[in-house]
Design a protein around this ligand. Structure first.
Ligand code: SF4
Length: 398
């Protein structure tokens, strides 16, 4: 069977082309790169020299935050995190709830729980005092990959950024750039191994920290997901096939899209005679683990939403309630499904709440809800509840 053109390119990209691409990228980075990123600088705000170590703690937290979030979004969270947990020791000794509160709003909460677990492993491996010295941290790729929530690209980025180790990276930005560079006609998921080879071949072994950062900056600043600014790209005149084809936006080729499931969720905001509201804490394992929420569940076929709420609260908490007015009704899009939340105020009638489907259940003063980490969708419910309690009944906006 004959090979597609990009297969030839992937397996036999000539060394002379590696050199040109590498040199042009590093020249561009020297002039245009994001040299201001704080976790990529030394404590005194200056750039590290070749082979010099930078604080891996700040880099590690940033790299995990960047896994599913853009830099401009995660930046204030990173600053808050470093202020709250300035060292590995502070993080490892923090309560999980405190960690989730600082993460609240960034999404994909398992990342926060895994960072917390990893902090204890790292502290055990390095020791309290030594953890303040970047040179005492592990430089071994395998060590980092073995930590919860760290894949090969994140590990490579951490050790190349912190220690200038020659470890390639392949995050979403880099995959997109490579896909365009060679005009790859297949979805990136099916050519990952080959892209890893390309990243390794192109890597500047003398300046891996700079090279990887340059690659990430190119993806974030020039070869952007939509409308790449090819005229400012250092690779435009040097072999970018997608650019030559006149259709850079056609790459990466997408895998056939699956339809996103849609569900309706009935939620009860239950108040008791003392004006307290009922919340429960999700199990640590699984989606949104460890976060608090208002109780509820999926509407069954043929069921009215008020019946759903009464049934869910009976099954999951063992309580009887009266379902009252609609509080708020809105849709929320997750990466894998779309949910419509129909939220009703409820009056508690009978039964002591039990955590049958959660790890904890608690009556709390509505004014103290800010002390508990909630998923993003619940923020709208809290806002609507606050408006209702202030006497503003117009909070049923979508
Ligand atoms: S020339 Fe355009 S498509 Fe090609 S790598 Fe540069 S920005 Fe991306």
């Amino acid at each position: 069977m004959s090979q597609r053109p990009e297969e030839n390119l992937l397996s036999t990209l000539p060394v002379e082309r590696h050199v040109i691409l590498r040199t042009k990228l590093l020249e561009w980075y020297a002039e245009k790169g994001r040299h201001w990123i704080p976790w990529k600088l030394k404590a005194d705000g200056t750039s590290a020299g070749s082979g010099e170590a930078i604080d891996p703690y700040r880099i590690w937290i940033a790299e995990v935050m960047l896994q599913q979030t853009q830099l401009k979004t995660m930046f204030p969270y990173w600053e808050k995190w470093i202020k709250t947990f300035p060292t590995l020791f502070d993080l490892a000794n923090a309560d999980q709830q405190e960690v989730l509160l600082v993460w609240q709003g960034l999404g994909y909460y398992s990342r926060a729980r895994r960072i917390h677990q990893s902090s204890m492993i790292l502290l055990d491996a390095i020791g309290d005092t030594k953890s303040l010295d970047p040179n005492q941290w592990p430089k071994d790729l395998e060590f980092w990959i073995a930590l919860p929530g760290i894949g090969r690209s994140t590990a490579g980025s951490i050790i190349s950024s912190a220690f200038d180790c020659p470890s390639p990276i392949l995050d979403g930005n880099v995959k997109r750039v490579f896909s365009r560079l060679i005009a790859c006609s297949r979805p990136v998921e099916s050519v990952t191994n080959r892209f890893w080879c390309l990243s390794e071949q192109l890597l500047d072994k003398q300046s891996p920290r700079k090279f990887n950062q340059a690659l990430m900056d190119l993806g974030a600043m020039v070869c952007k997901p939509r409308n790449p600014t090819c005229l400012t790209c250092p690779w435009q005149k040097h072999d970018c096939i997608a650019y030559s084809s006149g259709k850079p936006n056609h790459f990466p080729v997408k895998a056939s899209s699956k339809s996103v499931p849609y569900e309706v969720i009935g939620v009860g905001v239950v108040l008791n005679a003392d004006g307290e509201v009922l919340i429960d804490q999700r199990h640590d394992q699984g989606l949104l683990g460890g976060l608090w929420e208002f109780p509820g569940g999926k509407k069954e076929h043929g069921e009215g939403i008020q019946e759903t709420i009464a049934r869910e609260l009976r099954e999951e908490l063992g309580i009887e309630i009266e379902v009252a007015d609609l509080l708020v009704d809105f849709e929320h899009l997750y990466s894998h499904k779309r949910l419509r939340f129909v939220v009703h105020l409820c009056n508690w009638i009978a039964g002591t709440p039990q955590p049958f489907a959660s790890q904890k259940v608690q009556w709390v003063d509505p004014n103290s809800l800010g002390e508990f980490p909630f998923p993003a969708a619940n923020a709208k419910m809290i806002r609507a509840l606050n408006e209702y309690l202030r006497g503003d009944k117009s909070s049923k906006s979508h």
